[in-house]
Design a protein around this ligand. Structure first.
Ligand SMILES: Nc1ncnc2c1ncn2[C@@H]1O[C@H](COP(=O)(O)OP(=O)(O)OP(=O)(O)O)[C@@H](O)[C@H]1O
Length: 363
């Protein structure tokens, strides 16, 4: 069920990160001619309402060639809706977006010539072979008939499905269908490529093969925008990424920047003993350990308190591991209701989880 306090007005959104605000400021305050000179793709306050439900909220972004931009977010964050607006499949409610200076709102036919799109669900015809599929899309893209066959072979080689080129789509595995869909997005050499979860259903080795192929595409000068649920994928491919929550960018930057901004330091996760016959620890059980952490780790931040788990972020990297383990062992000895604990270096995955846990439940 939809939550009643979902922000209806783009201005209602709070807690935007400084990098997200800086990008907004830059897009809003730079002349269009300068933006189009610097960026292949520009989003300016891109917004989508489904009736009164705000699915995408005023996104501002500029993406250059040689850049792969990642949209990360859990289910329902607004990633596919963003793509659908960029491909002209959904009308834009407010704002606009441009590809090589062509407006999605007023020049969609021109924009469609400049983009390749791999949708989240393979839009393939079961009875055609992979070769026939590639040839059909090549013809639709205006490629001369005599070049279609060699192009199909080249794409199958680049994406490692040559062995399956003459199989019918219905005979292909899920991973090979994704490879076929991704290669379709590249037919006609479009300068901008949108990939909606390109590696869904792929085994780890195939995934890595596709990542390498996409790195080569990126390094040939194209602009790639992809959605993913995987931090690992974004680390492998993306020059920059944004974490999306409820239609908003929550943070934006290179994986390295996000790591140093949000994931430096340590994470302590403490499992608190639950009282008998209770599914969660209450304040009286968690209070002693909360006091202990506050007193002994002055820079600690309580990031999450969920049932019997407390997760702290320790930004002070100068404290040696031995000291931290020593303090946590002491807390265990003092019987502060600690059942168990773990101590580790913060990861990008934790940054992602920290941001996305604020996603409203809409289903
Ligand atoms: N046609 C529609 N009508 C009404 N609401 C929609 C429609 N399409 C999407 N939504 C809602 O908009 C929100 C964003 O959906 P969207 O598909 O863009 O999310 P997503 O980030 O791509 O999720 P996933 O990772 O599952 O693909 C969701 O709450 C979804 O239920």
């Amino acid at each position: 069920m939809q939550q009643s306090n979902f922000p209806k007005n783009p201005k209602d959104v709070i807690n935007e990160d400084s990098d997200v605000l800086a990008e907004k400021h830059q897009i809003r305050n730079t002349s269009q001619s300068e933006l189009f000179q610097n960026y292949t793709m520009v989003l300016s306050d891109l917004t989508k309402y489904y009736k009164d439900f705000l699915a995408v909220n005023g996104l501002c972004l500029g993406v250059k060639s040689y850049e792969c931009f990642g949209l990360l977010g859990i289910n329902g964050a607004g990633k596919t809706t963003t793509f659908k607006m960029l491909t002209g499949d959904e009308a834009i409610s407010h704002g606009d977006a441009w590809v090589q200076g062509n407006s999605i709102k007023t020049e969609i036919k021109q924009v469609q010539k400049l983009i390749g799109y791999c949708p989240q669900f393979d839009a393939l015809l079961d009875d055609l072979t992979a070769r026939e599929t590639l040839q059909m899309f090549s013809l639709l893209r205006g490629i001369p008939l005599q070049q279609c066959s060699s192009l199909a072979e080249k794409l199958a080689l680049d994406f490692n499905f040559s062995r399956h080129l003459d199989k019918q789509v219905k005979e292909l595995s899920g991973g090979n269908k994704r490879k076929l869909s991704t290669s379709i997005a590249l037919i006609g050499d479009p300068p901008v490529v949108y990939l909606d979860e390109p590696t869904t259903g792929m085994d780890p080795a195939t995934k890595r093969y596709l990542w390498n192929a996409l790195c080569r595409v990126r390094d040939s000068g194209k602009t790639i925008v992809l959605t993913s649920h995987s931090m690992e994928e974004c680390e492998a491919l993306c020059t920059r990424l944004a974490i999306m929550v409820n239609g908003n960018f929550k943070c934006l930057g290179s994986t390295q920047h996000l790591k140093s901004k949000f994931a430096e330091g340590y994470t302590i996760t403490i499992k608190v003993k639950k009282p008998e016959n209770s599914s969660a620890a209450h304040h009286s059980e968690t209070q002693p350990i909360e006091h202990f952490i506050r007193d002994n780790f002055p820079n600690s931040q309580l990031r999450e308190k969920h049932e019997e788990l407390l997760t702290y972020y320790i930004s002070d990297k100068s404290v040696p591991w031995s000291k931290m383990f020593g303090l946590l062992e002491e807390a265990k000895r003092r019987d502060l209701n600690i059942e168990d604990y773990s101590l580790g270096q913060s990861s990008l995955e934790q940054v992602f989880l920290t941001f996305t846990k604020h996603q409203f439940t809409t289903e």
